[in-house]
Ligand binder design. Structure first.
Ligand SMILES: Nc1nc2c(ncn2[C@@H]2O[C@H](COP(=O)(O)OP(=O)(O)OP(=O)(O)O)[C@@H](O)[C@H]2O)c(=O)[nH]1
Ligand SMILES: [Mg+2]
Length: 303
């Protein structure tokens, strides 16, 4: 490793649904963080590491925060998500503030304001340019944003379509401090298989249930091992807060849970690269999302 090797932490922040987790996965080239069309999907800081010959960037996905979700504001889980984002910003050498190209909201402005002290380290990343139309349509958007948000650079990308990710990586690499690699090569994330399996199941639940139900559930993998047929055997509990939520997650005749199980199993086979036997249970634990003790038990890392 040469003396001018660079390495550092890169926070990915932005309001819910702008595509932070999609970007983390696209940068690392593997699905590490779950993605959904619903806001507030990500609940943890999740590292994704990009190793290159000249540098190592440790990207940190964060929960997007939405002020308007009043019902969530006081819950322990929500406070934890806010703390996670703030701590991640504090720990970062470089910050990627994601917005949707062409759609600047008051939440974006609030976050840009919060990052004012870190303006030199912050890149404004305009994601979803594939939705904007011809590239020339971006110019007026870029112009108005450079007045509104005087951050260190503007990078238009599409995380989903893989547009200009090389350009973004170049901008990031140039801002990393000199230093040796922070993680051994070959390591892609700090997250365990238990965590990633639980998240894959939670992602399938996020697309299967609606309204407040996805926000009242969490997944805990209780067992991961081999069965007598030498398949992976996974026991996972879907914790909900109310009996009514349990009924929705199970569905009429078990239909919803079956769909979730099938979709999760398909992806787990790919992830674990072998046959999988998945068993899911739905259990009620009242107010788990508002109890620091429950959060800790259920795998949420408290600062
Ligand atoms: N068209 C388009 N859609 C995108 C792009 N990037 C992400 N999306 C979609 O935007 C939605 C939200 O993506 P996520 O990656 O889950 O967003 P997030 O910012 O991590 O959301 P939270 O975790 O809830 O804060 C998903 O439906 C993605 O497929 C993009 O470049 N173009
Ligand atoms: Mg996310």
């Amino acid at each position: 490793m040469s003396d001018d090797f660079r390495s550092g932490y890169v926070a990915i922040v932005g309001r819910p649904n702008v595509g932070k987790s999609t970007l983390l996965n696209a940068l690392v080239g593997e699905k590490i963080s779950i993605v959904s069309t619903k806001p507030h999907t990500t609940r943890h800081r999740i590292l994704g590491i990009l190793n290159r010959e000249t540098d190592q960037a440790v990207f940190m996905d964060t929960p997007g925060l939405q002020k308007t979700l009043k019902r969530n504001r006081k819950r322990a889980l929500h406070r934890l998500m806010a703390k996670t984002m703030n701590q991640t910003i504090a720990d970062a050498d470089v910050i990627l503030m994601l917005i949707e190209a062409g759609k600047l909201t008051s939440e974006d402005r609030n976050l840009a304001n919060l990052l004012k002290d870190r303006a030199n380290d912050t890149l404004l990343v305009l994601n979803k340019v594939d939705m904007v139309g011809p590239r020339t349509a971006l110019l007026p958007i870029l112009e108005s944003m450079s007045v509104e948000l005087p951050l260190s650079a503007f990078v238009p990308i599409s995380a989903r379509k893989g547009i200009n990710l090389e350009g973004l990586i170049k901008e990031v690499a140039g801002r990393l401090p000199q230093g040796p690699a922070l993680f051994p090569p070959g390591v892609l994330t700090d997250r365990s298989s238990y965590f990633r399996i639980a998240e894959i199941i939670r992602e399938k639940l996020f697309s299967a249930v609606h309204q407040e139900v996805p926000y009242g559930l969490t997944v805990e993998v209780e067992y991961l091992g081999r069965n007598e047929e030498n398949q992976w055997l996974i026991h996972a509990v879907i914790w909900v807060e109310r009996v009514s939520q349990k009924l929705i997650v199970i569905g009429k005749g078990g239909k919803v849970l079956k769909t979730v199980g099938q979709a999760a199993r398909r992806e787990l086979i790919e992830f674990l690269n072998d046959r999988v036997h998945l068993e899911l249970w739905v259990k009620v634990r009242e107010h788990w999302s508002d109890s620091v003790r429950d959060l800790q038990k259920l795998g949420y890392d408290l600062p």
